[in-house]
Design a protein around this ligand. Structure first.
Ligand code: AWU
Length: 454
């Protein structure tokens, strides 16, 4: 008896992603595939503000469950800020503490829904403990990032500092590029109770005999195997979960702009730094410089500002920038239909912060990547992009580690001219078609057998 739809009974899974779009989106994609092909019923649990955009497009056998953070935080974290989207960075530790203190509410949800399994994220060690305590059920952590990064971070936490990471090309701590991420790992929530590295490692250790991760063995098999060795658990890949772009009103202006770039006009690059990161003023100036450097370059650039800090984009962009790029550059505020843009035939390059979902979308849609990592796992994702030959990283200034517009412009030109890289991206994109489904089938069966205890 497998997890296939022929099974007579449905097994229920409660999913609890971290309160960020870059986490909720992969959990929802996994939920859609598990309920679409297999006999699972999925409860997707998050704060109301994080679930609102999903309420009207729910496939069968997926149910949204609102989790309310303690009202004691309402002064520092009003309900519409119970998400990392547009949250001022200094409030992130407070959001983690508020989420931690929602454990009693989560325990009530466990008791009312009584799921057969919990799939959780790597930021809430209290969730698997609650599942075991309240219901005696197993829990599985689902890593929404890449295996290269997570195998390094786990190695960094589990081994003495002098132990050599087996893949030196990705040992960015030794190379001095990972300082910000090390600081992030050593820092913690605003009560100082739990460092991020302890929080993360407790989540990994609390997972049952398997760990799920959003990647393809084709591109990260050796890292997934090392991750498994470090954890002493089975690391089960689910493929890239690259979502099919949904048609949305308001996207047509951008798509029409792309359609108007005929084959005689220069190629277009899409520039985005994800749903969490906000460029500083200085970084905005350097990115603008990089896009202006090549007068022939067409581009779409998504610019974002923290909630309450929205400003007219021309206040933050260099004087006269919009006029100078008139006709070849489109600056979009807040959000753009990234998946649809990357699929467009006129888009020949992707300037990305290398958030993991963006890297996978660039690869699956066959668009070479100009890697400009900013924080978190992005430095490792950028190194992987270079290692598998689907892009090139923009090296930062040696003097102060800042991004350099001139260097960015050079790498854009180099990537757009690199026929071998374009061929490699196309070849990998074709190779990955269907690979993800095969990995998902195996993962669904593995979850089913875990629930059945076989
Ligand atoms: C897991 C973790 O999530 C975070 O998410 P973040 O949003 O920054 O980036 P992505 O993972 O690329 O996720 C971004 C997702 O939002 C979509 N999108 C984004 C901006 C936009 O304007 N339009 C869109 O459609 C995009 O297509 C992708 O699917 C951190 O990066 C972290 O590095 C990453 O490992």
């Amino acid at each position: 008896m497998g997890a296939d739809r022929g099974s007579t009974k449905r097994r229920s899974i409660l999913m609890l992603p971290w309160l960020a779009h870059g986490h909720i989106s992969p959990f929802f994609e996994l939920a859609k595939r598990l309920t679409d092909h297999y006999s699972f019923h999925i409860y997707l649990c998050s704060t109301p503000v994080n679930l609102d955009h999903l309420r009207n497009t729910l496939p069968p056998f997926i149910q949204l469950v609102d989790l309310h953070l303690p009202s004691s935080f309402d002064k520092t974290l009003p309900p519409n800020s119970h998400t990392t989207k547009n949250l001022p960075p200094h409030l992130m530790p407070t959001l983690k503490s508020a989420f931690d203190q929602s454990e009693p509410a989560f325990s009530q949800i466990l008791n009312s829904l009584r799921p057969d399994l919990l799939i959780y994220d790597f930021l809430m060690p209290w969730a698997p403990r609650a599942a075991a305590r309240e219901l005696g059920i197993k829990s599985v952590v689902f890593i929404t990032g890449g295996a290269a990064c997570h195998s390094f971070v786990t190695h960094y936490i589990a081994h003495p500092p002098e132990t050599q990471f087996p893949f030196p090309n990705l040992d960015i701590v030794s190379s001095g590029e990972g300082q910000k991420t090390v600081e992030f790992l050593e820092s913690g929530d605003d009560q100082g109770r739990l460092s991020n590295k302890d929080r993360y490692f407790q989540c990994l250790k609390s997972s049952s005999e398997i760990v799920l991760i959003k990647t393809f063995r084709e591109i990260e098999g050796k890292y997934a195997d090392y991750f498994s060795k470090l954890l002493g658990k089975e690391v089960v890949t689910v493929g890239g979960l690259v979502r099919e772009p949904e048609a949305k009103t308001g996207d047509s202006d951008i798509i029409n702009w792309l359609d108007q770039r005929d084959h005689s006009s220069p190629p277009v690059v899409f520039v985005s730094f994800g749903s969490e990161y906000f460029l500083s003023m200085e970084e905005m100036v350097e990115v603008a410089k990089g896009l202006e450097r090549n007068k022939d370059l067409n581009f779409i650039w998504v610019v974002r500002f923290p909630e309450g800090a929205e400003q007219e984009k021309n206040l933050l962009l260099p004087e006269g920038f919009m006029e100078r790029v008139e006709g070849r550059g489109l600056v979009v505020e807040g959000w753009a239909p990234q998946a649809k843009i990357l699929q467009h035939e006129r888009v020949a390059g992707f300037v990305s912060h290398c958030g993991w979902s963006s890297v996978l979308e660039g690869i699956v849609y066959g668009v070479p990547i100009v890697a400009m990592p900013m924080q978190l796992d992005q430095p490792w994702d950028a190194k992987l992009v270079e290692e598998i030959g689907v892009g090139k990283e923009v090296r930062r200034r040696k003097s102060d580690g800042g991004i350099d517009g001139e260097e960015m412009g050079k790498v854009i030109d180099e990537v757009l001219r690199n026929e071998e890289m374009k061929g490699r991206v196309r070849e990998l994109s074709e190779k990955l078609q269907g690979k993800g489904d095969a990995e998902l089938v195996a993962a669904a069966d593995r979850l089913w057998s875990l629930i059945e205890g076989v």
